[in-house]
Design a protein around this ligand. Structure first.
Ligand SMILES: [Zn+2]
Length: 228
């Protein structure tokens, strides 16, 4: 049975294996190479539950003596992990949460369900006109946010809050999550993020920023009810 891991863990795994290759090419010192290998193994065990049980022996076998050895380690690991798919959603689940025309919501639900069959994702997003819809699950709970999105011109590089990558500004958007506390009282959280969820999902390593953004203001709106 392959070890089931999250997309964020899978991304980390890819990056760490790449780090092993780079270390091998940059240093001919056997100690350096093995110290990095130990660190990589430790980091992966910290991040991925049961990683040690599944892969300790492969790391033990790999002595960092050749790229072939590292490729074999990588092949064994990737053969024995599978990425947990995001759950399917129904139109009925999102219609109460996202204020949009029902034809748009039906399209979103359909696209989402098609996409998750083929792709390993941490979150899904779709742009409709000037809006961007995010769908994300945290502890099996569905989160959705409908944001305003504005796109950038120019050639500078911008930083994505979710995946931590720098990309050309044409690939990035400024998205804002606005919540209403009470009558005429609004609060907005705006961030830069990738417009292409697919690219973002290949680089995202943790979900904290995503959770913070998606749950922005949720506590405040729940705890209204006068001061004590
Ligand atoms: Zn991103």
């Amino acid at each position: 049975m392959p070890l089931e891991i999250y997309n964020t863990d899978y991304n980390m795994l890819r990056k760490k294996i790449e780090q092993l290759r780079e270390t091998y090419m940059q240093s001919s010192d056997e100690n350096v190479r093995n110290v990095v290998k130990e660190q990589v193994f430790y980091d992966l065990c910290e991040k991925i539950e049961l990683f040690e049980n599944h892969f300790a022996q492969y790391f033990e076998t790999c002595k960092m003596n050749s790229l072939k050895e590292i490729d074999e380690l990588a092949a064994e690991i990737f053969k024995n992990v599978s990425v947990i798919k995001m759950p399917k959603i129904q139109y009925e689940q999102i219609v109460k949460r996202i204020k949009m025309a029902s034809k748009n919501l039906k399209e979103i639900a359909r696209n989402y369900n098609e996409t998750i069959k083929q792709e390993s994702l941490t979150y899904y997003s779709q742009i409709i006109d000037t809006k961007m819809v995010f769908i994300f699950f945290h502890d099996d709970e569905l989160h959705t946010v409908l944001c305003d999105v504005s796109q950038y011109n120019g050639v500078r590089k911008l930083h994505c809050r979710f995946c931590n990558s720098f990309r050309q500004s044409c690939e990035m958007g400024f998205v804002s999550n606005t919540i209403k506390f009470k009558k005429n009282e609004y609060s907005t959280l705006g961030i830069n993020c990738c417009l292409d969820y697919n690219k973002c999902n290949q680089d995202i390593l943790e979900t904290q920023k995503l959770t913070d953004f998606m749950s922005y203001g949720k506590n405040k709106t729940k705890t209204k009810g006068g001061r004590k």
